[in-house]
Design a protein around this ligand. Sequence first.
Ligand SMILES: [Zn+2]
Length: 298
Amino acid sequence: MRDVINKYLIPTKFKLTAKEKSIMIIIIILLIVGIIEGWKKNIDIIEVNAQYEEYQKELQEAIIREQEEKERKRREKLPELTQEGIENVNHIYSSDTKRAFLTFDDGPSSNTQPILDILKEKGIKATFFVLGSNVEKAPETVKRIYNEGHFIANHGYSHVYTSIYQSPQTVLDEYNRCNQLVRDAIGEQEYNSHLFRFPGGFVGGQYAEIKNQAKDLLLQNNIVHVDWNALNGDSETKEPTVDFELQRIADTTCDKQSVVILMHDAEAKKVTVEALPNIIDYLKGQGYEFKNFYELIK
Ligand SMILES: [Zn+2]
């Protein structure tokens, strides 16, 4: 058989010696091993590629989730006025449980930062009826109010009665001007508090008729207004003391379930900053729970 193979299949001049055959076998084996290794490497590359793609996909999903979460938090801070919200504001002075809305008008000023420090320390969210002309002067303070979860409401631009109460339209103009300044300060062009407080209050006075008409125009523009039913008296006298403000709080909240408390964070109201920790402690002691307008308007 061997002779036959040698004779017919391998020409005489290509006859291999035993040594040559061994070398050939080794070469063949090396080739096979090489092919197998190459194939394995290919498989490895495919696997690495697949893992990389998987990782990329997970990363992409994590980025999307993070963006969605950020967007959800952004939206959460944009007030939306629903019919229920309007009803809530209309019935603000009645409630089943004792609740207190701390409100600060006419700011921001240099007093706003220490007020924010106190509110942070006490874990309380309040409402700031900012004045456009002061927002212009301290936009970074307005941003801090917003970032710390307080409700920024609207008190118009000028606080000058003769200019704001020229007509219902001038009231709306002042609202819009203040609103735009707030938007710029907080870097949120969709912001609209939908909540206005008439300078000097809504009730009575020589501009009562204009205010009454303005109320309707505001409502047509999806804006409600709110006054107060309690106060610390910081604008009742030129030089109030801490004791005076505490007494006014006690007198005006007494026997009320739901209180909207008027205070001021204008430049001159230093005593309000001083009295605030005591006012908060007093209200807590009376069983009031602190709320801000996010809970009514959302
Ligand atoms: Zn005011």
